[in-house]
Design a protein. Structure first.
Length: 201
């Protein structure tokens, strides 16, 4: 009787926790990815783990970049795919995909009628060598972000380009003004010293 009651409580708790629906090993629509908001410390099973991110807040006729970063100490291969709908998950699933950690797309090519867009992230181990008596890593931690692009550059990276441009302009202009800024006494004293040395020789 007690075990039966415990089972019912466990089942109710599990249902109330809103479990994530899955297509095979794919976690469906469990996360929302908004441009400019980086999601930190996401975890996926290292052996064929997949997760679907819903893209929200996209502008029409705009370029975006979805990028993943993860520790270099964990050899893994990420694949990022753009999906129009959840029903598109099964298409070309058995086809070998390129190992990409960055995806660039334009919204008007896929969501002309404001259709929902998703990003499917898949990970596979790459070059992992089993070490005796050491348990293999079961999950990988990564960060994922969607950035709006302007002329192919993320908005957050523009200040770096502006800073580099200012440094180049300063390096080009400052040498032109250095002779003008030098005091004339130095020049006259140097020329007189050269003349005296020439006369003595």
């Amino acid at each position: 009787m007690i075990s039966s009651s415990f089972l019912w409580v466990y089942a109710f708790t599990f249902i109330a926790g809103y479990p994530i629906p899955t297509f095979g090993n794919i976690e469906v629509a469990s996360n929302v990815l908004i441009p400019g908001n980086e999601m930190w410390k996401e975890t996926l099973a290292l052996q064929g783990g997949s997760r679907l991110y819903e893209l929200r807040g996209l502008k029409s006729n705009t370029w975006y970049e979805v990028k993943i970063s993860y520790p270099a100490s964990i050899p893994a291969s990420f694949t990022i795919q753009l999906k129009k709908d959840v029903s598109d998950l099964g298409m070309n699933w058995n086809r070998r995909l390129l190992n990409t950690e960055k995806l660039i797309f334009k919204t008007d090519e896929f969501s002309g009628n404001q259709n929902q867009l998703y990003v499917l992230v898949t990970v596979e181990p790459e070059g992992v060598v089993a070490i005796p008596n050491v348990p293999e890593r079961e999950a990988i931690i990564f960060n994922i972000v969607c950035d709006e692009l302007l002329l192919g550059i993320p908005h957050k990276a523009w200040w770096v380009g502006v800073l580099v441009l200012l440094c180049l302009v300063a390096a080009f202009i400052i040498p032109r003004f250095l002779p003008v800024l030098m005091p004339p006494e130095n020049g006259s004293s140097m020329s007189s010293s050269y003349d005296s040395v020439a006369k003595e020789s």
